[in-house]
Design a binder for this molecule. Structure first.
Ligand SMILES: Cc1ncc(COP(=O)(O)O)c(C=O)c1O
Length: 364
């Protein structure tokens, strides 16, 4: 079995101990397993710096998109109107979801390499008093840009709007004070910065907001309110839960704590991201977004020249156990390097050494 180093934003490289948890089979109705669920819910609040009296956590089966969809389904009533900010594929996906659900949605777009214009957002909200909710992506994994969570949340609070944050690829890797930011729904999933494996996602929700959502969802499986009420009884999930994934996620949280918590993990990600960018620049690879808005999670690099063959580069690296990530830009050839997961400076030093060797081999 090859243990690849995944330079991707999830599924990502996990530790042996996280993987080992999946060797034990567990029952969904067993008390130990239900306790595991309850303890994960509690620990996620601690990671999000959210008070138990004001906030709750709901776990939801499926990939991250299922959880985003369940929040939009549940948080929005027929009378609500949501403003969705987009500067990448995941913002666009949220807009599409809301439209397919026939929710009332206004969308505002920024270029993929630019953060949203705060004054423009203020103006839109000022001009349309029917807007009740605001949604955006924190780290747009499409490019690696980090949107200004504080400024956006502040506008929402000033205008009394409920806030939905897709923090899929940042929660656990970038400190987020959910309560201080007055976020109503924060969404993330098991296989991102907490460094678990894929299979479910979660929502940190403001109790007073979620409490008002009964009957909003027009889907049974994506009804977050119903999921919450059932999970609250004793920790049993409504439908079959991904038991192996849940157990390994619990271990992943323990390992986050052992590392020193989110601040320490953030520092590891940040320092490795800076190292990668500096070394890649020396070899002629320019990052797509400016340093001031670059997240510590994943970086988009432009091809260094027209003859650059990503497929060939990818295969070269894969044969040496490093799996790169293709780009997602429409107008510029690019690729991405994610640096989250159980990856450390020595891994990235080796990665850079291999990239140097590749460039020399290709005469560049
Ligand atoms: C910011 C963001 N939102 C949503 C998603 C969708 O998650 P999934 O692919 O697990 O459905 C991703 C996936 O990487 C993401 O990075």
């Amino acid at each position: 079995m090859t243990q690849y180093k995944l330079l991707t934003p999830g599924p990502l490289t996990t530790t042996e101990t996280v993987k080992a948890q999946m060797l034990e089979d567990r029952c969904t109705w067993d008390d130990d397993y239900k306790d595991l669920t309850q303890s994960i819910r509690q620990k996620l609040l601690t990671i999000g710096m959210a008070d138990t009296n004001k906030y709750t956590t709901v776990l939801q089966q499926g990939s991250g998109s299922f959880v985003v969809e369940s929040v939009l389904q549940t948080a929005l009533s027929n009378d609500d109107h949501i403003l969705i900010i987009s500067n990448g594929a995941y913002g666009e996906r949220m807009i599409k979801m809301a439209q397919v659900m026939n929710k009332r949605v206004t969308s505002v777009y920024s270029p993929y390499n630019a953060i949203p214009n705060i004054n423009e957002l203020k103006q839109i909200i000022e001009d349309d008093t029917t807007i009740t909710h605001l949604a955006f992506v924190h780290c747009e994994t499409t490019t690696g840009i980090l949107n200004p969570i504080k400024e956006i949340c502040e506008i929402a609070t000033q205008k009394n709007l409920q806030v939905i944050v897709d923090a899929m690829s940042s929660f656990g890797g970038v400190p987020i004070n959910v309560e201080e930011l007055n976020i109503d729904y924060l969404i993330s999933s098991a296989n991102k910065c907490i460094q678990g494996v894929p299979g479910f996602g979660f929502v940190i929700a403001k109790r007073t907001s979620l409490e008002l959502c009964k009957g909003n969802a027009t889907s049974i499986s994506l009804d977050l309110y119903d999921q919450w009420k059932n999970m609250n009884i004793d920790g049993k999930w409504r439908f079959t839960s991904p038991t192996h994934v849940v157990a390994s996620f619990s271990q992943a949280i323990r390992e986050l704590e052992e590392e020193g918590g989110v601040v320490q993990r953030y520092q590891r990600y940040q320092s490795n991201n800076t190292y990668i960018i500096n070394e890649m620049k020396k070899m002629g690879f320019e990052p797509y977004v400016k340093n001031t808005v670059q997240s510590p999670i994943i970086t988009t690099f432009l091809y260094p020249n027209e003859s650059f063959d990503f497929k060939d580069f990818y295969e070269y690296m894969k044969h040496r156990n490093f799996v790169l990530y293709p780009g997602k830009l429409m107008n510029k050839p690019s690729f991405r390097i994610g640096n989250i997961g159980d990856l450390h400076r020595n891994d990235f030093e080796l990665m850079i050494k291999l990239i140097k060797q590749y460039r020399i081999m290709r005469g560049e």
